[in-house]
Ligand binder design. Structure first.
Ligand code: ZN
Length: 251
């Protein structure tokens, strides 16, 4: 929560010998509260690092290349907590309502990591396990709770059973109906996720140059921020952008 965050930020500032809080203290505190402690000393093989860079660049690009998504705030391959990397999106507004389009795009962004691994290394890893779980949970909500499947309609289904609260549980007919519906739910969830996986893959395939630039930038600098991500998406020379920003900061 907020109090926790402010305390952490104060601790970071004190640690760095500052007498007042700066934005970067909050940034660091936010990451620590969200993701756990940075583990700069964690032993990550060169191959794992490359894989993580492409995986995270995959998430970030699939987000940045589409409209109606939250802006990418930062991408990092510094290990933190149990994660080897992180792509952070920050909503520009508090979203109380999720449109179907926004929810679908979230799934495509979650699939961007695995899609990049497959495209570049022709290999998949367990690194995308959490993404796949989150995408599946979201797709299930869309189908079973939010009525966002055209096939199944605006009906609420009990998690995974295929039973609507209205159908009841007794009678063979009802059970058959329930099994059939459960099958349809699974099919809809699978369709949602594979469609978005394919979309993520083709977005990355069409923007392979940007994927490579972003992954190489991550391997070189470990962290890139919103401005640098935008520069890469716009096809600007990231080395020049970095240099110009550093010169500006030094002034
Ligand atoms: Zn991921």
């Amino acid at each position: 929560d907020l109090e926790n965050l402010v305390n952490e930020a104060a601790l970071m500032a004190a640690h760095a010998g500052k007498d007042r809080l700066e934005m970067e203290d909050f940034e660091e505190a936010k990451d620590k509260v969200l993701m756990g402690v940075e583990r700069k000393s964690a032993i990550v093989s060169a191959q794992e690092r490359r894989l993580t860079a492409y995986h995270e660049a995959g998430h970030a690009l699939v987000a940045a290349l589409q409209g109606n998504t939250d802006p990418v705030h930062k991408v990092t391959i510094i290990p933190r907590g149990r994660a080897l990397g992180l792509t952070q999106q920050l909503p520009t507004e508090d979203r109380l309502t999720w449109t179907k389009d926004y929810a679908i795009k979230r799934i495509s962004i979650m699939m961007g990591g695995r899609a990049a691994e497959e495209l570049i290394f022709n290999e998949v890893t367990n690194g995308a396990g959490m993404d796949i779980k989150m995408a599946t949970d979201l797709a299930r909500k869309m189908v079973c709770e939010w009525g966002m499947s055209d096939k199944l309609g605006p009906v609420s289904y009990e998690a995974g059973t295929g039973e609507t609260p209205f159908l009841g549980r007794d009678g063979l007919r009802n059970r058959e109906h329930a099994e059939q519906t459960a099958e349809e739910i699974d099919k809809e969830i699978r369709a949602l996720i594979t469609e978005q996986y394919d979309l993520a893959r083709s977005l990355l395939y069409d923007n392979m140059d940007k994927l490579q630039v972003m992954a190489e930038a991550l391997l070189k600098w470990e962290v890139i921020d919103a401005e640098e991500i935008l520069a890469i998406v716009n096809g600007e020379d990231i080395e020049e952008v970095k240099a110009a920003r550093e010169a500006e900061r030094a002034e």
